[in-house]
Design a protein around this ligand. Structure first.
Ligand code: ADP
Length: 389
């Protein structure tokens, strides 16, 4: 059964077609710079640069590629049985993969105010796919859903209850990724009761405490700026800074939002948000080294916090661009944590793939694993499981 997975942003559309249940990837690619003068479309080895005015033209380019006889992917559009959409915010409403209908689309619209950058683009992806693949089931997989198990003591803020009633609470993000890698870690541990911390370290970054397979706490909150230091986002800061900037500097909410979202994090500390550059610079640049130390310290704070909350830790998992590729970050995070039972083998840390992702030192009480994330596969799997019922 062929399933198309879509992750649509305001000016981009990432896609993969899977043959399920084998999970074979038939096509992987993206359309970017949608709406700009010249867009770029890439599917497997095929690349074209041309104007892509809207998401509709992007999906038309994709269907053209899928149906081309020499590509041997589809004979007919109807072979796409389902389209799985990544939807960033499901609020309190969506806790599971959901077949999309009019009512679901209305609810996704109601959540625009909670995710103004993401949900509108996700809805465009859904409506375009409905038009181009009308025979397919459209399924929404929410990035917040995995975190809906976080108990009230961890998802509420200590502010007046009226705000909670209007939906101001911790939602958490990267749920699809945390769910995917924590499931693999649980399988490796092979026990029912497990205490796992997953570290999704990409451009955005978050840590999650996964207790017995369920999200118990996570570092992102009401929005995706909180928690760890990220590429361009500040992570945790003292709220007073915002009021100081408003009152003393006369800044507008938009200006402050822009600073905390786009001009902070590693970019502000090290002058770059690419860890390859930062690590190279850290050899002789104090600022870059300090940035890496602050980045690792922010992660350690959450590892300590979550280990205390779960009263122990079986496994620590690194994933996403930085978690999978930066031995330096893994080393800085794991150093000096033997009190918590975390010890890594520095040779294994250099080549995790050679060791099936296991970089723990022999005798380390906590298993430390590098597990590549695959959000598209998780979406395809959850879509498949829902529609085969
Ligand atoms: P996102 O999906 O959030 O855009 P990714 O998970 O792809 O992000 O992570 C992107 C980041 O991963 C890059 O900004 C870069 O800092 C980091 N990265 C990628 N490859 C390497 C590498 N070989 N060494 C260190 N960092 C890397």
């Amino acid at each position: 059964m062929k399933i198309l997975v879509l992750n649509s942003g305001s000016s981009s559309l990432k896609f993969q077609v899977f043959d399920m249940p084998s999970a074979k990837v038939l096509v992987k690619g993206l359309a970017e710079r949608i709406g700009e003068k010249t867009g770029k479309f890439k599917a497997n080895d095929y690349v074209t640069e041309q104007s892509i005015p809207t998401h509709k033209e992007a999906l038309e380019l994709l269907t053209g590629y899928l149906l081309k006889p020499e590509n041997k992917i589809l004979k007919n559009k109807n072979e796409i049985v389902a389209v799985g959409h990544r939807v960033v915010h499901g609020g309190n409403t969506f806790v599971e993969p959901t077949i999309i209908n009019l009512e679901v689309k209305e609810k996704i619209k109601d959540l625009f105010s909670l995710a103004p950058l993401h949900n509108p683009a996700n809805l465009i992806g859904i409506e375009t796919a409905e038009a181009i693949f009308p025979q397919a089931r459209q399924v929404a997989i929410f990035d917040t859903a995995f975190h809906q198990t976080i108990p009230e003591k961890n998802h509420r803020y200590a502010i007046p209850e009226s705000f909670y009633r209007q939906g101001i609470r911790k939602y958490g993000f990267h749920g699809i990724s945390h769910q995917y890698v924590s499931r693999q870690a649980r399988q490796k541990l092979g026990k029912e009761h497990s205490k796992i911390i997953t570290l999704h370290l990409g451009n955005g970054a978050s840590a999650t405490a996964v207790l017995n397979g369920q999200s118990y706490d996570t570092s992102m909150g009401f929005g995706p700026m909180n928690g760890l230091i990220m590429g361009t986002r500040s992570g945790d800061i003292d709220q007073s800074i915002i009021f100081y900037l408003i009152e003393k500097e006369g800044m507008s909410p938009q200006e402050i939002q822009n600073i905390l979202n786009k001009q902070s994090g590693m970019l502000a500390l090290a002058g770059s948000n690419d860890f390859r550059d930062i690590e190279a610079a850290a050899k002789n640049d104090k600022k870059a080294l300090l940035a890496l130390e602050m980045y690792a310290a922010a992660i350690k704070k959450y590892v300590g916090n979550f280990t205390a909350q779960m009263n122990g830790l079986d496994a620590l998992v690194f994933t996403a661009g930085i978690g999978e590729n930066s031995e330096k970050v893994r080393e800085l995070v794991c150093s000096g944590m033997d009190y918590l039972g975390i010890n890594i083998d520095s040779d294994k840390n250099l080549h995790p793939r050679k060791h099936d992702g296991d970089i723990s030192a022999s005798g380390s009480k906590v298993k430390v694993w590098v597990i590549p994330t695959n959000e598209e596969l998780e979406i395809a799997q959850q879509t498949f499981d829902l529609i085969k019922k």
